[in-house]
Ligand binder design. Sequence first.
Ligand SMILES: Nc1nc2c(c(=O)[nH]1)N[C@H]1C(S)=C(S)[C@@H](COP(=O)(O)O)O[C@H]1N2
Ligand SMILES: [Mo]
Length: 435
Amino acid sequence: MDSEEKIAVRKSTTLGCLIYRLISTCLFWPKLSALPHLSRRSFLTVAGLPVVFGAVLPPGVRLVGLDTEDPLPGKHPGLTILNDRPVNAETPPHLLDQEVTGADRLFVRNNGIAPASPPDDPSGWTLRIAGEAVPEPVVFTLAELQGRFTHRSYQLTLECGGNGRKEFSPPATGNQWSTGAVGCPEWTGVRLRDVLEAARYDRDKAVYIGYYGRDTHLSGDPDKVVISRGVPIAKALENETLIAWAMNGEPIPHLNGYPLRLVASGYPASVSGKWLSEIVVRDRVHDGEKMNGASYRVPCKPVAPGAKVNDEDMCIIEEMPVKSLITSPKTGAVLTNDRTLPIAGHAWCGSGAVARVEYSIDFGSSWHPCTLTRPVNRYAWQHFRARCTFPESGYYEVWARATDEAGIAQPMVLPNWNPRGYLNNACHRIAVKVV
Ligand SMILES: Nc1nc2c(c(=O)[nH]1)N[C@H]1C(S)=C(S)[C@@H](COP(=O)(O)O)O[C@H]1N2
Ligand SMILES: [Mo]
């Protein structure tokens, strides 16, 4: 997306916000009109100037000059906004060129509306543990979770199952993510396992867990669940499955689930419930919102692009496939005095580690090794580097390809078409001009 397009998106986003706010403020107008005396509007100023006709400004109309509200509070201005209601924004590759993703750079994927008034003091936030495989529901406050259980910190990669959806043909509905619905910050919290044990969950009955969060459905209906997904109990009990309150040592950004969220890395990030209020330990596969139909499910066996697939032939996505991203240089780099170019990026996969990353400058005819770090802990992304040498001036592409420990490599072209456009792990490519 060039900068002009981005401005257009920002503008329509702002307009969307404006209309939405206008409608919601109108709903509250009876309350405002009940106020005695003149509305404050007559005394409004904008940038130090009195709003001359402020007293007759229709209720609910926001002054354009005041419209400085940030659609992505706490986020880097370089994120690409895909949607503003619900908020969805992805991170361009070059902004992910940090070993540990900055909290301001982690993508945002909301299915509903984030809780309206995040608590200043979250210590009283509650998490309930319930479900068929828990003898008696138990409620913990955040302060109790923090006081009672051992704190753990891990770098954990989160990737939306729909990252890369944009490439699907025939296209898949949903956010048209390109490459940026991924990141790997450091998370701090307690092990879900420790908390489930404290709630005396039944090992023989437990099959799956499911989460609930405090966001609200787009319809505004308080009884409608936005999303309630989960993981098999074995995944829930892994050391790295956390109930987290911090990202990079600070409270989790509001848009990423402040003050408490689940982080179960390696699976599509949709299992990592935000604004976490409840975990149920189920005696069956969790059947919450977005566990069924085409949501986060793919055909159990490959199908032809565009095929219609019956519900019973769809399987829940579990481990994410091996993938990599070139984060430096930015695509479109121009080399002037030199024919060598250092490249860098990250590689990750949903289970085990990435065994190697290679790069190609001749459209995949030959591949050259990159250096690759070991993950600092399971599910942390790994970092690769290489120095490309170009034989002559002209247009090139640098392609990167990761291979997991099982020997499975990223495909060059879009793999396994599926109705909702999940799991695109095709190789990332950047353009380079050598002059
Ligand atoms: N409560 C709640 N949890 C949620 C979601 C949501 O909409 N509501 N979105 C899910 C999806 S689809 C993804 S990809 C991740 C995104 O996490 P992030 O916004 O922190 O990057 O959160 C998951 N957890
Ligand atoms: Mo997602």
